[in-house]
Design a binder for this molecule. Structure first.
Ligand code: HEC
Length: 253
């Protein structure tokens, strides 16, 4: 019995440690599916900057509006492309074959991307574009070398320049600026300013990744809501069941 119990406990241990292999260090992003304002901003950024190339074909506008607490009218007026309807999936009209020709690889559907790569990967990826005149779009990406995607958010972030090799960058130990006490990013710097400051851009990308995490698992929000109610019910029901048990067994002994 003891052996089974031990085996059972081991089986319950999370398996995430298995997946943590070598590779570039990823920045961490805090996902908060209960922050509706963040999810709404993320959806706006997604529709305005990504949906032209990437679809999110398993997500419907209407469902997102409902889950994120947005009035349908507002979504219809501001977020729908062309003559799309709110009940439709978030698709675009880019023909796959043409896209293959233009980009080398067609832009993949992003509905499940946050589950495939993880939010930290997407967050780091969107921060990691740098100028590379040898690439067709003039940019490369630190964690996705020879990427076929242009830097869609460059107008916000600005243009980044890499001053060392990728290998050196991955081993950069983060020298500390003696004046500010902050880590100096010697290898990767902003060489042309964008519309947002570094902090604003971090927030924009956090909101965007938050939204992408939501579309990867839209029912998670609902499960949380229902889950809490179920737990409260079970807690209360325990007392009822216990009282009933006492009543039944009262005369047996
Ligand atoms: C001009 C078209 C275009 C725009 C706009 C665009 N992308 Fe891409 N994206 C691509 C292409 C093409 C690829 C495939 C790159 C490759 O495989 O080399 C890609 C790849 C990606 C990937 C990696 C997919 C994977 O796992 O292999 C992510 C994540 C991504 N894009 C996110 C975004 C986000 C978020 C936005 C909006 C901020 C965006 N993209 C805007 C064209 C675009």
């Amino acid at each position: 019995m003891k052996k089974y119990l031990v085996a059972f406990v081991i089986a319950l241990l999370p398996m995430t440690a298995v997946a943590s292999g070598a590779g570039p260090k990823l920045d961490h992003v805090e996902i908060d599916l209960h922050n509706q304002a963040s999810l709404q901003r993320g959806m706006q950024t997604f529709v305005n900057n990504c949906l032209g190339c990437h679809s999110a074909q398993y997500q419907r506008y209407g469902r997102a509006a409902e889950d994120l607490g947005m009035p349908i009218k507002l979504v219809e007026q501001n977020l729908l492309l062309g003559d799309q309807k709110v009940g439709q999936q978030m698709t675009n009209t880019m023909p796959k074959q043409d896209a293959n020709k233009w980009f080398g690889n067609a832009p993949p559907d992003l509905t499940l991307e946050a589950r495939l790569r993880g939010p930290d990967w997407i967050y780091t990826y969107l921060h990691s574009f740098y100028k590379d005149t040898e690439r067709p779009w003039g940019v490369n990406n630190i964690i996705f070398p020879s990427v076929g995607m242009p830097n869609a958010l460059e107008y916000l972030q600005g243009e980044q320049t890499l001053h060392c090799t990728l290998d050196e960058l991955h081993h950069e130990t983060g020298k500390i600026d003696p004046l500010t006490g902050k880590e100096m990013g010697g290898c990767l710097t902003i060489s042309k300013k964008g519309q947002q400051s570094a902090e604003e851009f971090d927030r924009t990308v956090t909101d965007l990744v938050n939204f992408m995490a939501y579309i990867g698992e839209p029912s998670k929000l609902e499960s949380h809501r229902i889950g809490t109610k179920v737990l409260i019910f079970l807690f209360l029901f325990f007392f009822v069941a216990y009282a009933l048990k006492k009543e039944y067994w009262k005369d047996v002994h």
